[in-house]
Design a protein around this ligand. Structure first.
Ligand code: SAM
Length: 280
């Protein structure tokens, strides 16, 4: 096999979701670098793969990275796996991939499961543009700040969330995006209690708070884009300063109308922007 670092996605719930090529690579490499060796051993045992495992995660000493690089420089091949899904997607591996690239070691990525893309494929939200946020901050103030920043992002937003925070995050999203914004909660994908629900943020918040079962298991939250291309996606910093400065002196409708004249943007989009700002 070709010497190098193989990036190998593993199932996100259903053990059957692993490609033929992934299994062949995992059986053929000299070493598998795994986020959690005990966790990954179960998957490998299921498929009768006996390749040695070594831990690789964000807290591993730099010397381990150097040892892996040395081995690959000498002709070994290593497969990187995480606990579930695609390594490096909200998972460890970035430092190793970069260091291997810099050392001239081939990186061979395999396509495979990823909770974000799986959720997006079934969400029923626009997919022409999407933005992967990963995990939001756990602390409420920082989380709201991040959601506020995402208000300017176009396309569908995709977030990973811990089950015990899904209700709080939906609450914050209602506050910032408004209760009518369309969203999806995709829970336990490919597992027995798989649930994919589309609704407004307000509906989803009531549903999740009214049924504690919805606050269990692994969760992806997707927030659809604003109905029309809104001013938030087009407003540059100077226009935004102008709008907000006008709004300091004038009622929001008047400020939006003048800013629309000066920028060529739509008055009602600018007005929504001001209203959204007021809600925070
Ligand atoms: N690398 C993984 C990937 O490719 O999706 C993600 C790893 S990240 C540490 C784990 C998070 O992914 C979970 O907290 C959850 O938000 C999401 N996730 C993973 N598996 C999932 C599943 N079966 N259903 C829904 N979300 C899942």
């Amino acid at each position: 096999m070709e010497r190098g670092l193989y990036i190998v996605p593993t199932p996100i719930g259903n053990l059957g979701d692993i490609t033929q090529r992934a299994l062949e690579i995992l059986a053929a490499v000299t070493l598998i670098a795994a986020e959690d060796t005990r966790h990954s051993r179960k998957l490998l045992t299921h498929y009768g793969i006996e390749t040695p495992l070594s831990a690789y995660h964000d807290h591993i000493p730099e010397t381990v990275t150097q040892q892996f690089l040395q081995r690959m420089a000498e002709g070994d091949s290593i497969a990187l796996i995480s606990d579930a899904g695609t390594p490096l997607v909200s998972d460890p591996g970035f430092r190793l991939v970069r260091a291997a690239q810099d050392a001239g070691i081939p990186i061979i990525p395999l396509p495979g499961p990823c909770a974000a893309v799986t959720a997006l494929s079934a969400a029923g939200l626009p997919t022409d543009h999407f933005f992967f946020e990963g995990f939001l901050p756990a602390k409420p103030a920082a989380r709201r700040g991040r959601l506020q920043a995402l208000l300017r992002q176009s396309g569908t937003l995709i977030m990973y969330e811990a089950p015990h925070r899904i209700a709080a995050t939906l609450g914050d999203a209602v506050h910032i995006f408004g209760e009518h914004r369309e969203a999806v909660v995709a829970r336990e994908l490919s597992k027995a209690f798989e649930t994919i629900r589309r609704g407004t943020l307000g509906d989803l918040l009531s549903w999740v708070t009214g049924d504690t079962n919805q606050q269990r298991g692994e969760q992806v939250l997707l927030i659809g884009p604003a109905e029309e291309a809104s001013a938030t996606t087009q407003l540059d910093e100077r226009d935004e300063r102008l709008l907000f400065r006008l709004a300091d002196e004038l009622p929001p409708r008047k400020a939006a109308a003048i800013a629309a004249d000066l920028t060529g943007l739509r008055s009602r989009d600018l007005y929504s922007l001001l209203v959204d700002r007021e809600k925070v």
